[in-house]
Design a protein around this ligand. Structure first.
Ligand code: SF4
Ligand code: SF4
Length: 425
């Protein structure tokens, strides 16, 4: 039962309550079937279950109160956008990428149907006014990572201020300089929005905090390198998705708490599945909340997902910002430098991503790779060819899947995944 306070809050945020009710109605049952019904879950997942049960409630209330106390909220859509600058100016950051089917028909009234579902859902949430995080954001931050997003921001701007960062598409010196200039321009924008100057002290604090979040996720992922895996891939995917919403300090404390429990399991040789269960690495496009379809199929077909080379996976946390700079200028350079180590398919050439995947297969002892890309995502879809070639040369089996946020193809995907797993033996 939703508290009356939340309904008042949602109304004050300008949300469409009827549509919001309709959108949320199936979530508790879905969450029960996909998550709570799993056997042998770590007890520390209780916190993340709680966050999920309150996903449009408590955290939004915190943000509303944060704004009443003089803070501001920025909504972002890509791991290249530096959270550190928003935090250093006294703001909060929320990752707004959407992974739901519900708002897509509304978006298709404006965008071509042949647009990536992530882009359609992100705009659709705004059009339908069913995402309290979009509603509570003072401004959105887009980027020029792919053509679809680049053009969608122009429309999104009609529904709320949308700042766009220009991301280069190569990593040569001239591109690094461009990105550094973009990071500085973003700093000026954030300072203008907040009315507060970013100082070496506030930026150092923000760099430390976001690095702590990345380290906590690194430690969590390290636990998955063990056989038997101490936690399901579905649970880790959920945690990664919640990392984009939750209060960073609290998230770090709770993730460390979970890691301690998992490390105990590892010491005792306990797993969430038996040792020898086929281990799958998923690579490709992000899986924003609540896009759990592929993981659920894999893990109900007798395998376990041990790593995601995605932006809701390793690309989000593997690289840290160097924290030894003492001047603001050097700090900004370090913030920009971290992003240039992330290997998204929007870059060319992108050998770094292939090397990352080969390395992760070894580190996580994966038996096979599932290359997943959202429909109409050209960069990831085309890059599949080179990734598959490298994996085949290394003797690693790979399955390519293209899908969207709907449930229509679930049975067909399950058949393909099961045939792939049988082949792994
Ligand atoms: S896949 Fe590329 S564009 Fe999408 S969030 Fe990741 S880095 Fe950004
Ligand atoms: S998944 Fe691909 S097409 Fe969709 S927003 Fe990301 S880069 Fe663009």
């Amino acid at each position: 039962m939703v508290s009356e306070d939340y309904r008042v809050m949602w109304q004050e945020l300008g949300m469409d309550l009827d549509k919001h009710d309709e959108f949320l109605a199936p979530v508790p049952q879905l969450y029960h079937d996909l998550f709570l019904a799993q056997g042998n879950r770590p007890a520390s997942m209780e916190y993340f279950d709680f966050v999920m049960s309150e996903v449009h409630g408590l955290r939004v209330k915190e943000l509303v109160e944060f704004k009443q106390a003089g803070g501001f909220v920025a909504g972002t859509f890509c791991v290249y956008v530096p959270d550190e600058l928003v935090l250093a100016a006294g703001g909060a950051v929320i990752g707004l990428c959407a992974g739901a089917q519900y708002p897509i028909p509304a978006a298709e009234k404006i965008l071509p149907r042949s647009t990536c579902p992530l882009i359609k859902a992100s705009l659709g949430f705004r059009l339908e006014r069913i995402c309290p995080y979009a509603q509570v954001s003072d401004f959105l931050v887009g980027e020029t990572t792919c053509d679809g997003k680049k053009k969608m921001w122009e429309i999104m701007n009609d529904y709320g201020p949308t700042y766009v960062m220009e991301l280069p598409q190569r990593k040569d010196e001239v591109d690094r300089e461009l990105w550094q200039a973009e990071v500085r321009r973003f700093k000026d924008y954030v300072e203008g929005q907040s009315g507060r100057a970013i100082t070496p002290d506030t930026l150092a604090g923000a760099i430390r905090l976001v690095n702590e979040k990345r380290r906590a996720l690194q430690r969590l992922y390290d636990c998955r390198k063990h056989d038997p895996a101490p936690i399901s891939g579905k649970d880790v995917l959920l945690i990664s998705q919640l990392a984009f919403f939750d209060d960073p300090q609290r998230f770090v404390a709770q993730t460390i708490n979970l890691c301690q429990e998992l490390e105990g399991r590892i010491e005792r040789g306990e797993g969430v599945v038996p040792a020898g269960t086929p281990r799958i690495l998923v690579t490709g496009t992000p899986m924003p909340l609540p896009h759990w379809k592929l993981h659920h199929i894999i893990e109900t077909s007798g395998a376990v997902v041990v790593c995601e080379e995605t932006c809701t996976g390793t690309r989000y946390f593997e690289t840290l910002v160097a924290d030894d700079a003492s001047t603001l200028d050097a700090q900004l350079e370090a913030v920009a430098g971290r992003a240039m180590q992330i290997n998204c398919a929007c870059f060319t050439p992108n050998d770094g991503r292939i090397n990352d995947i080969l390395r992760l297969v070894r580190e996580y002892r994966a038996d096979g790779v599932i290359y997943y890309n959202l429909q109409f995502c050209q960069t990831y879809s085309i890059e599949h060819y080179l990734v598959e070639k490298a994996l085949q040369q290394a003797g690693v089996p790979v399955l390519h899947i293209e899908s969207d946020f709907s449930e229509e193809d679930t049975a067909q995907l399950a058949t393909r995944v099961q045939a792939f797993l049988e082949m792994l033996g």
